[in-house]
Design a protein around this ligand. Sequence first.
Ligand code: FES
Ligand code: FE
Length: 426
Amino acid sequence: KVKQILESLNPEKGEIPLSLFIDREIYELELSTVFKKSWLFLGFENMVKHAGDYFTTTMGEVPVIVTRDQNNQIRVFLNFCIHKGMKLCRATQGNSEFFRCPYHGWTYSNDGKLVGVPYYEPAYVGILDLEKQGLIPVPNVKIYKGTIWASLAEKPKPFEEFMGNMKLYLDLILDMFEGNMEIYGGIHRWLLSVNWKIPLENFAGDAYHAPFTHASAVSIGLRGAYGNNVRILYPGEGHGIVSVPGGLARKAVDIDALRPFRDKLEKALEMLTQRYGEFVKNMFPFGPLNVFPNFSMHFTWNYIIFRVWHPRGPTLTQLEGGVLVFSDLPEETKRQTLRRALHEFGPAGLLEQDDAEVWSKISENSTHLREALIDPKLIYTRGLGMDVEAEKVLGKGARGRIGEYYNDVSLRGFYSTLKRYLTGGE
Ligand code: FES
Ligand code: FE
């Protein structure tokens, strides 16, 4: 069955079978290939600022703990007690030098060493060598300009290669913050009844939905309508960027408290143009973007948000996300950007709920078709063959391919990359 689905998956022709978003075997294959081999975004360095700080998250469905140990080194372990497999840490974040398992009390220091086993004497003496035991580390961790990434592969391709041209655009973002970023207002997590790939499409390249799905937001003036000037950039390697020249939602809200945030973006625009080239002016601040496979960000003149789309089942996704601010902004500015962001994105955000409604209906529909063994090919042919070198449109220094508004170039790229992983590549 998997073979059949993969045969009907022809992204270069814009053909994506519906079952890609619903089939359990495909889903499991994604976990053991895409989520096993990719470099996955785990969080920001600032989330573990001080020795002992930790947070828990997942890589695919694999639970992990990210901690800063007492020697200030950031470490990533499977959130798994080696004794009998209990989930070691059940909190989402905190500060502790130790993790103690709730089952039999085995205790690990935050550098992963097993330091305490109840009733070690006499039962384990000479049998269990504490020195040789400890938490299972995630084999590859990369701290990159304030962000934390990891890969579960034994030998992943180098981070730079995995990012490909996306590294340039990631650099723009991370250089803009200069390490000066913080999550403001905490992290939200909630479940969406949808396959993990559908939400990220909106960030990677489906600007096409906005005027319709979000028509009510436009009509009340929360958002200006997207014009025909929206461009879809495909850096390669499955990543995607929606580039909105001039940025989004500048006029919709104009309050003094947001000015310091906008000044920062303006300054960053100047700085980044000098550093990377004229093309920056034609694409910064971006709209939404997605780093393959499941890390999204979204920039507007009112706020910056991030999203991680954690797979939880063929039609279940856990969204983990928050609002990013520059740490040195005035408190009132931070508060206002948080407010703006949550108004649109978040568990009660107007735009995100528009999207979630569509997404859950897609799952429901797909399930019914599948029950009747109907598997149509979905149509990803917008602008097929019309994309050009990004430099031609954006100017010198830009990388990747770009298509005007009506273009699925980055989505075809995403699914081509996905297919590569699903068929044994990386
Ligand atoms: Fe953790 Fe036994 S499973 S101490
Ligand atoms: Fe949307």
